[in-house]
Design a protein around this ligand. Structure first.
Ligand code: SAM
Length: 279
């Protein structure tokens, strides 16, 4: 097959930094990502950012069906060529962040997300799947190494944050492989990693997901402040009320929120919910 660089050049394509365009070309790596994602003949895949279609093609060979979003309409003719003969692939041109996820899920049924994510939309894309999706079985994404560290961080470490706690409610994030910057074209300034999260409903039981999210947001509002102070600010509680909430959740009153493992966020959320502080 013709080198992807030549295909892009023939179509007069130029890379757009604003879209986070760093393409993969190595067939071994592409195959490894498909395996990392656990894609097989039963899997419907939603890919965010088809680029020149290298990962899309590899997914197409293993999956039942692939729907790929791509924001850059100038890749239309490139993708028509690189995905020729991939009968189980559809490309939707547009901004995935504006896509109607509910309608998409009604159309796709259960699906897995596989993506070499453009760095500038990593967080909003992840939050869509963590907070809005109902038919997503899991996500396998290439992200910057430092982001992978945040996704998989342990409580109390500097990388631990709101996104770590949001992920924990859905599943365990695992780093499947590290990918050096030299594997991308053009070469970015950072290394990357493939992270896989399999979604398990009810992994950490909570009475209200809204309350869990509110508890997490509150804890990371002021990272250096005690959780008690953050509770007072976030929910307009007196020190005494905040102390009672913590006691009932079995959390020491001087702790900082960033030290709380997800299970303790869940306990805190349940108390906030049962006391009617968060609905
Ligand atoms: N999947 C290809 C690969 O692995 O070689 C391309 C990956 S590249 C890091 C990210 C791709 O996402 C780019 O082609 C970019 O144009 C596209 N993209 C960026 N923002 C997007 C968005 N909001 N919705 C859909 N695609 C987007």
């Amino acid at each position: 097959m013709e080198d992807i660089r030549d295909v892009l050049a023939r179509h007069g394509f130029f890379f757009k930094k604003k879209y986070g365009q760093n393409f993969l070309t190595d067939a071994n790596l592409l195959g490894a990502i498909v395996r990392d994602a656990g894609v097989d003949g039963e899997t419907t895949v939603l890919e965010i950012g088809a680029g020149a279609g290298a990962l899309t093609r590899a997914l197409s060979a293993a999956a039942k069906r692939v729907l790929a979003y791509e924001i850059d309409a100038s890749l239309q003719s490139v993708l028509a060529e690189t995905l020729a003969g991939c009968e189980n692939v559809e490309v939707a041109f547009g901004d995935f962040l504006r896509a109607d996820l509910r309608a998409l899920e009604a159309e796709l049924g259960n699906y897995r997300v596989v993506a070499n994510l453009p760095y500038y939309v990593t967080t909003p894309v992840m939050m869509r799947f963590l907070e809005e999706a109902t038919r997503c079985l899991g996500v396998t994404v290439m992200v910057q190494e430092e982001v992978a560290a945040r996704f998989t961080a342990q409580a109390g470490t500097p990388d631990y944050g709101a996104v770590t706690a949001a992920i924990a409610l859905k599943g365990e994030a695992r780093i499947m492989r590290k990918v050096p910057r030299t594997m991308f074209m053009p070469r970015p300034n950072v290394d990357s990693a493939v992270v896989r999260i399999d979604f398990q409903e009810g992994r950490i039981p909570v009475k209200s997901v809204t309350a869990y999210r509110a508890a997490v947001r509150c804890a990371f509002m002021g990272r250096r402040k005690t959780l008690e102070n953050n509770l007072m600010n976030a929910f307009r509680l007196t020190r005494e009320q905040a102390g009672q909430v913590l006691a009932e959740a079995g959390i020491a009153d001087m702790v900082r929120g960033e030290t709380l493992p997800p299970e303790q966020f869940a306990r805190l959320a349940d108390v906030l919910f049962l006391r009617g502080i968060v609905r």
